[in-house]
Design a protein around this ligand. Structure first.
Ligand code: AMP
Length: 447
């Protein structure tokens, strides 16, 4: 079959790569793609902010299956438009994608359906913000309602800072767009985990758990980014916790969205904060939902996926996710992002990338996040440029105990990290930066 993927970042590169391994896929087309994706797919230009243009590409290609990667096309209703025209599409409809595209919708949905999340208030004016803030201690979190590419969350140490952040969201100074709603939220302390469920409108099934590294600097310091790296590992969530999240978060979302007439099909990404209780147990709380694969978690997840990815997409469309067997290679995986110097602030583009052919390890894949071809050379074309992704050796078991410094276990993760950082050494471009500590929490905890 012919499959068309909408998007052009590292996540879409990983999806195209996985489609390339499917026995059922004859051709992969990616719109718009990037220089790396062009090695796995035929790339066709499209503006992912233009609904009519995306529909036109699918109509011209007449793909048997279309997979929507990023949130922007989902927010514009590309799935609704394509289904209306009779195409098979993987991803949620516009109304279901509101779980991601509106923080106030998501918070209110969680409140009415008793899904654990931080206390909050939705405000539409600065006066309301001032009034509500008096109910929150510091630190306090201020969130823009709409899509903000990871930049719409400000953690504030004082009420004055929170008020300023909210004012800048309303005025458009912070994000370039004016927000009509701002969410004030209780600050939660704990470990973050991303839990991914595949949903078919009726069933949610566990796909994977991953941990992202959003801050630009090592030790989780500096400003937030789109993600500087991620890892997955068998020990990241216990079986009991995975079952708890599936039942009390993902399946409840699917059930209640169906009840409300906005059934959810696609990937539900549950951004969780695992908050420690005084009795030593953990209370998982939802920080956010995304309604698509995360980036860079997807790169780390898909290198371990053994099930044909087309089976996942079809089960979600056909309502058969409950019969799906999702097989994952045992062990761990990691994706380390090579970013442009200056990112997430100002950075240069168009810089030649050296060493892309230097990676000979079959357990390493270099996914392209932001690249282009200029005069026959692959050059940088974004803040995040490459995702150097590695999977631990095939024989690694989740229970292995050999380890690196300061760790009780985690040899699978060490193995994957060694491969990724080894490959990174051969790659360079002017100003390239990457975090050298991806997976540090897991190594510390001996996962
Ligand atoms: P979000 O886009 O809502 O996931 O927020 C981005 C990041 O901000 C999260 O990954 C957390 O690191 C942080 N964050 C968001 N909400 C909270 C909260 N209530 N308490 C603490 N940190 C938060």
């Amino acid at each position: 079959m012919k499959v068309l993927v909408i998007g052009g970042g590292g996540r879409e590169h990983a999806i195209c790569w996985a489609l390339g391994r499917s026995k059922r896929v004859m051709e992969v087309v990616c719109a718009p793609g990037n220089a790396g994706i062009a090695e796995n797919a035929r790339c066709v230009p499209v503006d992912v902010g233009n609904l009519a243009a995306m529909v036109a590409v699918v109509e011209a290609e007449r793909s048997a299956l279309t997979v929507v990667g990023p949130e922007l096309p989902l927010s514009l209703g590309v799935v609704d438009e394509l289904i209306r025209r009779g195409f098979r599409v993987f991803g949620p409809k516009q109304a279901a994608a509101r779980l991601e595209t509106s923080k106030s919708f998501a918070k209110e949905f969680m409140r009415r359906n008793e899904i654990p999340t931080a206390a909050y208030a939705v405000c539409t004016t600065l006066d309301e913000v001032r009034e509500e803030l008096s109910r929150f201690s510091v630190p306090v979190v201020v969130k823009a309602d709409g899509l903000a590419a990871g930049k719409g969350v400000v953690i504030c140490q004082t009420h004055a800072h929170a008020e300023q952040a909210a004012a800048e969201m309303f005025s458009g100074v912070l994000l370039g767009v004016t927000e009509t709603e701002v969410v004030i939220e209780e600050f939660l302390d704990g470990e973050e985990v991303s839990f991914f469920a595949l949903c078919d409108g009726m069933h949610a099934v566990a796909l994977a758990a991953a941990q992202d590294h959003k801050r630009v600097g090592e030790g989780d310091t500096g400003p937030n980014t789109g993600g500087m790296g991620a890892y997955t590992g068998d020990g990241l969530l216990s079986t009991e916790m995975e079952q708890w999240l599936l039942k009390n978060v993902a399946q409840r979302v699917v059930d209640e969205m169906a009840m409300e007439g906005t059934s959810f099909q696609g990937i539900l990404f549950c951004g969780m904060m695992m908050v420690p209780r005084t009795d030593g147990t953990t209370q998982p709380m939802v920080l956010e939902f995304n309604t698509r694969f995360g980036d860079p978690e997807t790169q780390a997840i898909l290198v371990r996926l053994e099930t044909d990815i087309v089976e996942l997409f079809e089960a979600a469309i056909d309502g058969t996710a409950d019969t799906l067997e999702i097989r994952t290679r045992p062990g761990a995986s990691v994706c380390v992002i090579a970013a442009s110097g200056g990112y997430p602030g100002k950075y240069a583009s168009g810089l030649p990338i050296a060493g892309l052919d230097s990676v000979g390890d079959p357990d390493v894949v270099v996914f392209h996040s932001g690249t282009a071809v200029k005069d026959g050379t692959v050059v940088t074309a974004g803040g995040r440029v490459l995702g150097v992704t590695a999977v631990s050796r095939a024989t690694a078991l989740s229970s292995d105990t050999a380890s690196g410094p300061g760790s009780k276990g985690g040899s699978s993760l060490w193995d994957a990290l060694g491969k990724a950082y080894g490959a990174m050494q051969g790659i360079s471009f002017e100003g390239m930066q990457f975090r050298g500590d991806i997976g540090w929490r897991a190594l510390r905890d001996g996962l």
